[in-house]
Design a protein around this ligand. Structure first.
Ligand code: NDP
Length: 445
């Protein structure tokens, strides 16, 4: 089948999975020319096999809350492709989680992991359980119940989960603890673990730092210095806060943060003291960004996103999918924004992406720009296999060189006739070709 026919067929078969279809459409429309240059791919029906996950586990997770009530959530693991290495991808705990969202994330993860230069396939998992407002003990009991179902299907050389929205060091620790107990082995299997039990230095920082490194690579192509640039960030979780930390180190001005309740604007740029407050608020007290706004008397917009609320040179969406729409993209461009680099997965809607590409600004899709997280996860796996741990400086250097290599691949496959680099096309084609060649070599499975 031709790429467009596959897309039509998927639309017919999975009509209730809009996020999955959105992610597939974005990739298929950009790789079509490359795909058509390889008639052997069509003979092996490669596109269809690459779009449909290898398998999906879905299960009920029953647990008991602090009041003694029995609660039920859905749990999932999507093993999308292991063509180039063990399945690898995070676990998301959020009330919005469903099969469509996890299928889009696992599909994207496959191309992202291909770009990292490391041997990792693509997967994603999660639950519609929300850790928000739950006690530590409730979170622990839920994580344990989740793993009691999942542990059989994961392993250090088969499928290696990590964190994502709602899953940080605390949740990974609880899940890994139960995994070890059930599987009776201690070989890693999760990444994002605590430093005391096999975690890697720089893993918590990796996605945010990596996005900034990718941005620096893009800015360098135009000879632009990041210093004093006004940067709008959405979210205030793992990715957003470490992005802000690196930007502060580089002398840029972080002018916004947000959470699902609203946006705070920091007109003169966040200070180190303010950022420390946010780290504590989010990681220790598990509070809301509104409390940060109140503490420092900063403008706060309930229910709003940053993009129309503040002028910026650079936008780094770092919260969730479809959080930046066409209208907001136009507002960013009108305000002089010249670079967008995605910390989150698929944060820009198709209409927003069209605006960025038409304006020919520097625009990096998440699968390239936020690949630093899974890259350092791959480095954590390497350290676990060797029973060694590397220094922070060593991991950070490797992260920088991986992000530079991803940038090089995007440029190689994404440069257009007029010299503009279409990073969407570059990332999709580079990621696709490696997986496609591996699939061709291994036969029909
Ligand atoms: P966290 O849970 O640490 O933080 C998520 C942040 O986004 C929070 O501020 C959260 O607000 C906000 N958010 C979540 N859902 C929504 C929503 N529906 N609307 C508005 N705001 C929302 O997650 P991460 O920082 O780890 O992940 C952020 C993004 O980065 C995700 O797209 C994730 O897939 C992607 N990513 C993460 C990687 C990692 O290593 N962690 C690696 C690569 C990509 P609230 O607290 O109110 O929910």
């Amino acid at each position: 089948m031709k790429a467009t026919e596959v897309l039509d067929d998927l639309r017919r078969r999975f009509p209730n999975e809009p996020e999955y279809l959105q992610a597939v459409e974005e990739v298929l429309t950009t790789i079509e020319d490359t795909y058509n240059e390889h008639p052997e791919f069509e003979k092996y029906n490669l596109i269809e096999r690459l779009c449909i996950p290898d398998r999906i586990y879905s299960f009920r997770v029953s647990w008991v809350d602090d009041k003694g009530n029995v609660r039920n959530n859905m749990g999932y693991r999507i093993q999308h492709s292991n063509a180039i290495g063990p399945y690898k991808g995070g676990i998301r705990f959020h009330s919005s989680v469903n099969q469509s969202i996890l299928k889009f994330l696992a599909f994207e993860q496959t191309f992202k992991n291909s770009l990292t230069t490391l041997a990792m396939g693509g997967a994603k998992g999660g639950s519609d359980f929300s850790p928000r407002g739950k006690s530590d003990m409730e979170v622990m009991r839920f994580c344990q119940a989740f793993i009691q179902e999942l542990w059989r299907y994961i392993g250090a050389d088969t499928d290696v989960p990590a964190g994502d929205i709602g899953v940080g060091g605390r949740e990974v620790g609880y899940m890994y603890g139960m995994y070890k107990k059930m599987a009776r082995e201690n070989t890693g299997t999760f990444t994002g673990k605590g430093l005391e039990f096999g975690g890697s230095l720089i893993r918590p920082e990796a996605t945010g730092y990596g996005n900034v490194y990718f941005l620096l690579n893009m800015l360098a192509t135009k000879g632009i210095d990041i210093k004093d640039k006004r940067v709008a960030i959405s979210g205030s979780g793992n990715v957003a806060t470490y992005t802000a930390e690196k930007l502060l180190q580089l002398g840029a001005k972080v002018v916004s943060l947000s959470d699902s309740d609203g946006t705070v604007i920091i007109p003169d740029g966040i200070t180190q003291e303010q950022l420390n407050f946010v780290f504590e608020l989010k990681n220790i007290y598990r509070g809301r960004i509104k409390e940060f706004a109140e503490e420092y008397n900063l403008p706060y917009y309930p229910g709003e996103r940053p993009w129309t609320k503040v002028q910026c040179d650079i936008a780094l969406p770092s919260a969730t999918q479809n959080e930046l729409n066409g209208e907001e993209a136009r507002a960013l461009l009108a305000g002089g924004c010249f670079a967008v680099s995605e910390g989150a997965n698929m944060p820009s809607t198709p209409e927003a992406i069209k605006e960025f590409l038409a304006a020919k600004i520097l625009y990096a899709p998440g699968k390239a720009a936020n690949a630093g997280g899974v890259s350092v996860s791959g480095l954590e796996m390497a350290q676990n296999s060797q029973k060694l741990s590397w220094s922070a400086a060593e991991v950070d250097e490797k992260l920088k060189s991986i992000m530079a290599e991803i940038h090089r691949q995007c440029t190689l496959f994404g440069k257009e006739a007029d010299g503009y680099v279409n990073y969407v096309k570059g990332a999709n084609v580079a990621g696709f070709m490696k997986v496609a060649r591996a699939m061709m070599a291994q036969g029909i499975l």
